[in-house]
Design a protein around this ligand. Structure first.
Ligand code: HEC
Length: 106
């Protein structure tokens, strides 16, 4: 193999390697807010552990802050647990939610 051919082969292998890397991320695939709320937040909120947050019209930014910072007895959730896109949708959903008749507490 000539030097030029060797170099071309190297480029071809490299190009093949790059195109084999991870498939493009599916940004649209997020866990729906109602599911996250039911599985994560509803464990405390609405069971008398945390305050009622549905139907309280809490501002989106306040909800996001609580979820990321986790003040006092509330745990913080990292982007690896609830992604930024999921948190955006969740905070919107909670902010405009109606009170839930199955929840109790304050
Ligand atoms: C382990 C229990 C627990 C879990 C799980 C939890 N929280 Fe909380 N949360 C609390 C407690 C306790 C407070 C009150 C904190 C304080 O002293 O201010 C609170 C406060 C809040 C507040 C402020 C409410 C207000 O009226 O001041 C918001 C908003 C909130 N949580 C959102 C969420 C969301 C969204 C989730 C799910 C991603 C979640 N929390 C999961 C326990 C929890």
């Amino acid at each position: 193999m000539s030097i030029k051919q060797t170099r071309l082969a190297g480029v071809a292998i490299f190009a093949g390697f790059v195109t084999c890397l991870a498939p493009p991320p599916h940004a649209a695939e997020i866990t729906p807010p109602a599911t996250i709320y039911a599985h994560v937040c509803g464990y405390c909120h609405g069971t008398n552990v945390g305050p009622i947050i549905l139907g309280k019209h809490i501002a989106v930014d306040v909800i996001k802050l609580y979820v990321r910072k986790g003040p006092n007895a509330m745990p913080a959730f990292r982007p690896t647990e609830i992604t930024d896109a999921e948190l955006d949708a969740l905070a919107q959903w909670i902010s405009v939610s109606q009170p839930s008749p199955t929840e109790h507490g304050q």
